[in-house]
Design a binder for this molecule. Structure first.
Ligand SMILES: *[C@@H]1O[C@H](CO)[C@@H](O)[C@H](O)[C@H]1NC(C)=O
Ligand SMILES: *[C@@H]1O[C@H](CO)[C@@H](O)[C@H](O)[C@H]1NC(C)=O
Ligand SMILES: *[C@@H]1O[C@H](CO)[C@@H](O)[C@H](O)[C@H]1NC(C)=O
Ligand SMILES: *[C@@H]1O[C@H](CO)[C@@H](O)[C@H](O)[C@H]1NC(C)=O
Ligand SMILES: *[C@@H]1O[C@H](CO)[C@@H](O)[C@H](O)[C@H]1NC(C)=O
Ligand SMILES: *[C@@H]1O[C@H](CO)[C@@H](O)[C@H](O)[C@H]1NC(C)=O
Length: 573
């Protein structure tokens, strides 16, 4: 009823003042909440496309599409098959290596996503192409190239020549069919901030504009710009650089930088960049670096003016809201309601830590089956079988809301001590919070092994950064009531407040019998070993090392169903 009244009133206002439609729009940041760092965006006809970084997760390089700049549909991943980069994932050590910041561009009917894969072997430039960004399988195997640095841009000059610009900042001509490169030319060093990176070139009114990120991706992050009438320079730095930053402010959105600029169909300019909420203290930011939108005023022959990033924004008139886009989705703010009905696909917004082992995940009659990985979520770095490089028994989705509830129903009948299945807030293998159901020896001497809830945290301390995660908290072990045996169990993670997660468990058919297992600070999954990535919430299965090679001893698989995630609110200031 209220809805109806409200829409009648707004219709009335609209009819009485038709010029309103021409007025500037208001909207909220982030436009892609949750871990969506280093956005690069472009427009093709009336559709905007963005790609973001994915580092350690597979599938990688998500492609989001939108007609209104606010509703973003996850239409494909440029990297979606192990065969596109055979062996790379398993060969990648370390927590945050993989696909770094990409650039998306469209030219003559072809979409290009150019990126650098860090890991094995060394640094490899990768250039994926497609004519159909709405279909995973249409993305090509990459053309690879010898990348001298990271964050490649792709730029077509008017004479048809194609260039890549990399962190540093260097320019090279590139053959997009073969990956052949000319020798790099150092065209700018930025204004003196550390890590001049994330470059993008634009040609406008006779100038080549070079937009870069500087200052590192933490509190000093910024965007600066230079221009030249000659592609190869010399580039003149703008005297009012940086043109965008929130450093030395008390804004809730910090770390603003690494941007890209594009025009809407009215010719108005916009930009996207990464930003992290939780400022100015910047201690609790489990979602990591997210994508924000800002209006840009760019008059002929002038330097662009970028509107400072906040939660509430006003800018050019946005296109009308619509979700009419091809492809399967979901949209970024859709809740997950996944029952894993036999024959269905694993939803597109669910990701793995590195490429999973074959057959580890399957939708079956009993739900989504996860074969346990011998290494647990922490694993043992350097141990080929237990490091997690060859995949984990873990599947998750981004935490995309300040407040949310996530839960799954597990069907799990462990036979051996150490077998475990549960839910987790996972940043990296070194920073995660797990609520597991695990078979352990009973604490009573004469009792046979029994099932326990176990809440445990893993958090490395990284002291070279301002963000020092809270120390690991004591393990909490609670026996599962005997009366629950034989029932499926729902495990739940729900934000208690802006800074803490609460963990609970209940028989799937008797929510009123829920047991509160405990809470943990979101600071455990903020920064630390995962400053580039953001938290995922998901489900896992492991045997905690029991077995040999990469395999657990038989059994211990878990069947997941009624996977639910819903957001309850965003804090934006
Ligand atoms: C790759 O490029 C670097 C400089 O950018 C050069 O030193 C190196 O020899 C190149 N490697 C190959 C395999 O071409
Ligand atoms: C960048 O810095 C290096 C080292 O100081 C210098 O040799 C080079 O000329 C600089 N490049 C530009 C384009 O100013
Ligand atoms: C509308 O937004 C643009 C971009 O921020 C700005 O340049 C312009 O001044 C605004 N117009 C009005 C009427 O506020
Ligand atoms: C569990 O108890 C059995 C029998 O007491 C013992 O042999 C075994 O080592 C224990 N396992 C663990 C993991 O503690
Ligand atoms: C958030 O919840 C945690 C756990 O219940 C509690 O310790 C903390 O004080 C709460 N914080 C605020 C600001 O209420
Ligand atoms: C992970 O598994 C290893 C054995 O592979 C074990 O030593 C360690 O305690 C486990 N840690 C966690 C947090 O699961």
């Amino acid at each position: 009823m209220h809805h109806l009244v409200a829409s009648c009133i707004s219709l009335l206002i609209f009819l009485l003042t038709p010029s309103k439609a021409k007025h500037n729009s208001t909207y909220n940041n982030p436009i892609l909440p949750g871990w969506h760092s280093d956005p690069s965006c472009t427009r093709v006809e009336d559709v905007f496309f963005c790609v973001t970084s994915t580092f350690d997760v597979f599938p990688g390089l998500p492609i989001y599409a939108s007609k209104d700049l606010l509703d973003w549909k996850l239409v494909s991943h440029a990297w979606n098959r192990e065969s596109q980069l055979p062996g790379y994932s398993a060969g990648t050590e370390g927590q945050q290596l993989g696909h770094y910041a990409a650039t998306i561009r469209h030219h003559d009917g072809i979409f290009y996503v150019i990126c650098v894969y860090l890991g094995a072997p060394a640094e490899t430039g990768v250039l994926y192409t497609t004519k159909n960004p709405y279909d995973d399988s249409a993305w090509s195997d990459p053309v690879t190239f010898n990348a001298s640095s990271i964050d490649p841009d792709l730029f077509w000059d008017d004479d048809g020549k194609v260039y890549t610009v990399l962190s540093g900042i260097t320019l090279q001509e590139i053959d997009v069919k073969t990956g052949d490169l000319s020798d790099p030319i150092n065209i700018w060093n930025g204004t003196g901030g550390v890590y001049p990176e994330g470059p993008h070139l634009y040609k406008k009114d006779g100038f080549y504009y070079l937009l870069i990120a500087e200052g590192g991706t933490e509190l000093k992050h910024s965007i600066s710009i230079a221009r030249s009438t000659n592609l190869k320079g010399p580039y003149e730095s703008y005297k009012h650089n940086p043109i965008l930053t929130n450093r030395n402010t008390d804004e809730y959105f910090q770390t603003v930088g690494h941007g890209d600029l594009f025009q809407d169909t009215n010719g108005n300019w916009w930009g996207t960049a990464l930003a992290t909420r939780g400022g100015p203290s910047w201690k609790v930011y489990p979602m990591g670096r997210e994508t924000v939108l800002f209006p840009v005023t760019w008059e002929k022959g002038q330097w662009p003016i970028l509107e400072p990033v906040k939660g509430h924004m006003t800018g050019w008139t946005l296109p009308p809201r619509t979700r009419e886009l091809p492809g399967e989705g979901p949209f970024n703010d859709d809740p997950d309601v996944y029952d894993f009905k036999s024959g269905s696909d694993i939803p597109r917004n669910l990701v793995y830590f590195r490429v999973p082992r074959e057959d580890s995940f399957a939708v079956t009659r009993k739900g989504l089956r996860i074969i346990p990985s011998r290494g647990n979520l922490t694993g043992i770095p350097g141990n080929d079988d237990l490091s997690g490089q060859k995949g984990l028994g873990f599947i998750g989705r981004r935490q995309t809301d300040t407040y949310f509830t996530y839960s799954v129903v597990i069907n799990f009948e462990p036979k051996r001590i150490g077998q475990e299945a549960g839910v987790t807030v996972f940043l990296t293998q070194e920073n995660h919070i797990d609520l597991g159901v695990v078979l352990l020896n009973s604490s009573h001497k004469d009792e046979s092994p029994r099932l326990y809830f176990r809440l445990r945290t893993e958090a490395t301390i990284v002291d070279n950064l301002p963000a020092v995660p809270a120390p690991r908290q004591p393990v909490k072990i609670i026996p599962i009531p005997h009366s629950w045996v034989g029932e499926k169990i729902r495990l739940q993670i729900k934000t208690i407040n802006e800074t803490h997660y609460g963990f609970s468990a209940m028989p799937s058919t008797r929510p009123q019998a829920a047991i509160d297992i405990g809470s943990a600070s979101a600071q455990l999954v903020s920064g630390g070993s995962g400053t580039f990535v953001g938290s995922l919430v998901g489900a896992y299965a492991t045997c905690n090392g029991v077995g040999s090679g990469s395999d657990c001893t038989q059994g211990g698989e878990v069947y997941i169903d009624r996977w639910r995630y819903s957001g309850h609110g965003q804090v934006i200031e």
